[in-house]
Design a protein around this ligand. Structure first.
Ligand code: CTP
Length: 398
């Protein structure tokens, strides 16, 4: 029996490419059912969709000829994945807010399986902060974003906003759904997010980390069969896998304590958290008042979790650190391999547009202790997570 994919089509000119996507799934043995919005059917016809998918199109929740099945529920259960391509700004906003006013948006709420979203729109629309915020919300809810390429757009301009090519969409979904047990039986510890260092009962020193990179790593590792512990500072990201155990912490000290409890039993340790290097020496018991013209806060160093793990780690444990640099990046990143005794260091460059904090994409270079370097392209954080694990596999001790 082939795998089941539901394809959701919304009203964008790229809908014509989705016809090819349906063909690709069919050719590769998938069963395909399609739901399309009313606007999508301005671009492609039901006849084309039904002929290619060899299934009835689901578009109207209140169709008088429908069967007695509650279709959005039965389709949600039938599907191994939902792929929305092209996804307009409108459907992305509806998904982000939980609005369910047509067949596709209602189906989306009912689906518990992986959801892939391939946005397609004019570049100005794509870059609009509202659209970007909504895309982040979808990612934080566990959707996999298949991000558009730069290229020629139907509106006559060139830029961001073009739908990912059908072949790429197919490969991402197919790869995701194919069983990969490369980390079966392994235990993985991941740190994620920022830390909050309290100044008084209402204030803290924090940073811009969203935690998304760490959560993408946790999910990618769990899907490969690992048992994952994620120790996360305050983050709105959620983990979507039964093999992921989440430990919530706030401060660098709490993160350190939690990691030290877990470290011994791990095979791979990935420290992607943006841990505060300094914390206030004293936490005021009451809210600090603005009585003085100036205020100095004494800070003391926190414990370096990566370096501490580096000191006690066994030879059969793989330790991966992150480096976020604004200057002398390569030199500093490589130095961390030795000062922190890490096996791999993943360098995020803040200079690359679209990489680093509060972005949905990242671009990294991974340096290994044995002198190799692996350079990634700018990709979604989910894809970067896969690349990091793929590199880790080369160094893992079986
Ligand atoms: N890290 C950690 N504990 C800390 C500080 C950092 O575990 N108290 C980890 C991070 O999770 C990351 C790595 O160390 O994997 C690199 O952090 P970074 O801030 O780039 O480097 P620092 O060691 O803090 O050095 P510097 O800020 O001087 O570059």
């Amino acid at each position: 029996m082939g795998k089941h994919v539901v394809i959701g089509i919304t009203g964008g000119i790229a809908a014509y490419k989705t016809m090819h996507l349906i063909r690709l799934f069919k050719k590769n043995g998938y069963e395909v059912r399609v739901t399309a919005t009313a606007n999508a059917l301005q671009f492609v016809t039901p006849l084309t969709i039904e002929t290619l998918s060899q299934n009835k199109l689901y578009t109207d929740m209140f169709d008088s000829h429908r069967t007695l099945e509650v279709e959005h529920i039965s389709m949600a259960e039938w599907a191994d994945a939902l792929v929305v391509a092209p996804a307009t700004a409108n459907i992305i906003a509806k998904f982000a807010l939980g609005i369910a006013d047509d067949a596709l948006s209602t189906l989306y709420l009912a689906v518990k399986k992986p959801v892939f979203v391939a946005p397609a729109m004019n570049s100005n629309m794509f870059e609009n902060p509202v659209v970007q915020e909504n895309i982040k919300i979808l990612q934080n809810h566990g959707c996999r974003l298949l991000l558009p390429n730069e290229g020629f757009l139907a509106c006559g301009t060139t830029g961001n906003g073009r739908m990912e090519e059908p072949e790429e969409i197919f490969d991402s979904v197919d790869e995701f759904l194919s069983d990969d047990h490369t980390l079966q039986g392994k235990r993985v510890l991941i740190t994620a997010g920022p830390t909050y260092e309290p100044l008084d009962p209402v204030r803290f020193i924090g940073n811009h980390s969203s935690g998304l990179m760490g959560f993408c790593l946790a999910e990618a590792a769990a899907r490969r069969g690992a048992r994952v512990s994620i120790v996360s500072g305050p983050s709105s990201c959620t983990a979507h896998h039964q093999n992921i155990h989440r430990y919530n912490v706030k401060t660098a000290e709490e993160m350190y304590q939690q990691c030290m409890q877990l470290v011994d039993e791990q095979d791979i340790i990935i420290m992607s958290a943006a841990v505060a290097d300094y914390t206030p020496a004293h936490v005021a018991p009451e809210k600090i008042k603005k009585d003085n013209a100036q205020l100095s806060i004494e800070l003391v160093k926190t414990k370096d979790i990566l370096a501490s793990v580096g000191k006690i780690k066994r030879d059969n444990q793989l330790l991966i650190g992150f480096a976020l640099e604004t200057e002398n990046e390569v030199e500093n990143a490589k130095k961390k391999l030795h000062t922190k005794n890490a096996d791999l260091i993943v360098l995020n460059s803040l200079r690359t547009a679209g990489a680093g904090f509060r972005t949905t994409t990242n671009q990294v270079t991974i340096y290994s202790k044995d002198g190799h370097e692996y350079v990634s392209e700018l990709k979604s954080k989910q894809e970067i997570a896969q690349e990091i694990l793929q590199t880790a596999l080369k160094y893992i001790h079986n």
